[in-house]
Design a protein around this ligand. Structure first.
Ligand SMILES: *Cc1c(COP(=O)(O)O)cnc(C)c1O
Length: 493
């Protein structure tokens, strides 16, 4: 399998090279030259367990690994670190299937890819004779940083440093990060917001002198954020797994279509569902669900992507985003793999903040439906599902669930799978406020809210939460935004 860049089709990389590089030099994202088809029938695939299926789905994309290498990466990633052997179970509630992607160590769906990425990356480094240590720098608004550290902690020849906005993450998210063990990890809170952290990291990545200085000390940077193809490919697996689960349990027959609805931020998770469909998974509609930051809803309706609008902080913070990086890959595919056109749209996005696709390209959007939910709609959906069934969904899943309900008349009558991207325990305050408005949450801590949530559900408190209650604080570095590079230097040299 060859990977091209969305902005330069003449770039040709193997999967291991693409994983190590993260982003192509001219700023494009790596895309597979062709999308492989399943080699086995869906009923054959439905007899496999998660790991076996992961191998079948991922191998065609990662074919410069040996079979044994990829199998070892998969075995290391999807095991006892998940709290269920099913890895990604489906729960039926109120007429739809919730695909629970939060059973990994940090209780958000980022684990599905970040538990395997470090193994893929270190194997890729060995295969390409990289002698340097791989240094991962990550700016986070909460979920990615913890999931990346949990994946990379104590992985030989890697180091990871995470920057988060001081005062800008929830108590649970902060405690999850500052208690992270591991001899190769560092966590720093930065005076500033998420954008300050993000631009600080980008500046360090672009600092050629600093790169040389690190190179001399045997270090090189790589990226663990969702533009890395090593994060995208593992995410295709669970959509196939969900279909196979329905098939195995005779909820559908082979060939029947399903709808898939995904709470979307950076467009990585839903793009994986799109790739699953293109590989041959019978999917009727891919429903792209947004919160009040509804730039994608407008794009799918009008063909114009326009980030010139107010930014809203919502109770689904991992979807508070105005530039969905992975959309660039869809743009490339629906333009007929036109690298020039894709570069043009992306430079218009960075200079004007907007672009409009052609009429011809709009036809490629017919695989999708899109909608958004307001804060009130999300809260009332969480409450409605709870009142009707006793099942508790998190705020991000609440957005998707609300959007699906609003569109379901148009979506048709096939079974629906809704990606459930975080444990409700991660956003306990918003959940408690949604399901029992008479509990006053105002001046109570997040930990109190977790206790309240536990009283409302028979879902036990996850280990990730009980762990942070007793874990020791290991990281307390707090710096101004202009000291990030020095912090990296001190950590590494
Ligand atoms: C990251 C995240 C999302 C958004 O996923 P994308 O792949 O960025 O679209 C949704 N929900 C949760 C809980 C997340 O952490």
């Amino acid at each position: 399998m060859i990977y091209n860049s969305t902005r330069d089709r003449s770039v040709r990389m193997t999967s291991t090279e693409a994983i190590l590089k993260g982003l192509s030099d001219e700023g494009g994202l790596f895309v597979p030259e062709e999308i492989p088809a399943f080699k086995k029938s869906l009923s054959e695939l439905s007899r496999l367990d998660y790991r076996e299926l992961a191998f079948e789905v991922m191998y065609p994309y990662l074919d410069d690994f040996t079979e044994a290498e990829l199998k070892a990466c998969i075995a290391n990633a999807y095991g006892d670190n998940f709290d269920t052997a099913e890895i990604a179970p489906l729960t039926y509630a109120d007429g739809v299937y919730y695909l629970e992607l939060y059973h990994g160590p940090t209780i958000a769906f980022k684990d599905m890819a970040l538990q395997i990425l470090p193994h893929l990356m270190t194997t890729a480094a060995e295969k390409n004779n990289v002698k340097n240590d791989i240094v991962i720098l990550t700016a986070t608004s909460g979920d990615t940083g913890k999931a990346a550290m949990a994946g990379f902690a104590d992985v030989p020849h890697t180091r990871i440093m995470v920057f988060f906005p001081h005062g800008g993450v929830s108590d649970v998210q902060r405690l999850q990060m500052v208690t992270q063990p591991g001899s190769n990890v560092s966590v720093v809170s930065v005076d500033g917001n998420f954008d300050d952290c993000q631009s600080g990291v980008k500046r360090i990545f672009g600092d050629t002198d600093f790169k040389k200085e690190l190179e001399a000390k045997g270090c090189q940077f790589s990226s663990a954020n969702s533009i890395n193809i090593g994060r995208l490919v593992p995410q295709i697996v669970y959509y196939v797994y969900a279909y196979c689960n329905l098939l195995k349990n005779e909820k559908i027959r082979e060939g029947d279509s399903i709808d898939i609805c995904v709470p979307t931020g950076n467009f990585g998770n839903i793009l994986a569902a799109y790739l699953a469909k293109k590989m041959g998974l019978p999917v009727n509609r891919l429903i792209c669900a947004s919160n009040k930051n509804n730039v994608l809803t407008d794009f799918f309706k009008s063909g114009t992507y326009d980030r010139n609008r107010d930014f809203h902080l919502t109770m689904s913070p991992s979807m508070d985003i105005l530039i969905s990086s992975n959309l660039e890959r869809l743009i490339y595919f629906i333009s007929g793999c036109d690298d020039r056109a894709t570069s043009g749209f992306m430079s218009s996005l960075s200079s004007k903040g907007s672009y409009t696709i052609t009429e011809e390209m709009k036809k490629g959007l017919s695989d999708f439906m899109a909608g958004y939910a307001t804060e009130e709609e999300t809260a009332s959906e969480i409450r409605r599902v709870y009142d009707d069934t006793g099942y508790i969904i998190d705020t991000h899943t609440g957005v998707a669930s609300a959007v699906y309900r609003a569109l379901s008349d148009d979506a048709g009558s096939c079974p629906a799978v809704i990606a459930s991207t975080a444990s409700p325990y991660k956003f306990a305050r918003s959940i408690v406020e949604a399901v029992s408005p008479d509990i006053t949450a105002d001046d109570r801590s997040d930990m109190d809210m977790i206790d309240e949530l536990e009283k409302l559900t028979d879902m036990p408190e996850p280990k990730a939460v009980s762990d942070i209650k007793k874990a020791e604080i290991r990281h307390n570095m707090h710096i101004p935004a202009d000291r990030m590079k020095e912090a990296v230097r001190e950590f590494l040299l």
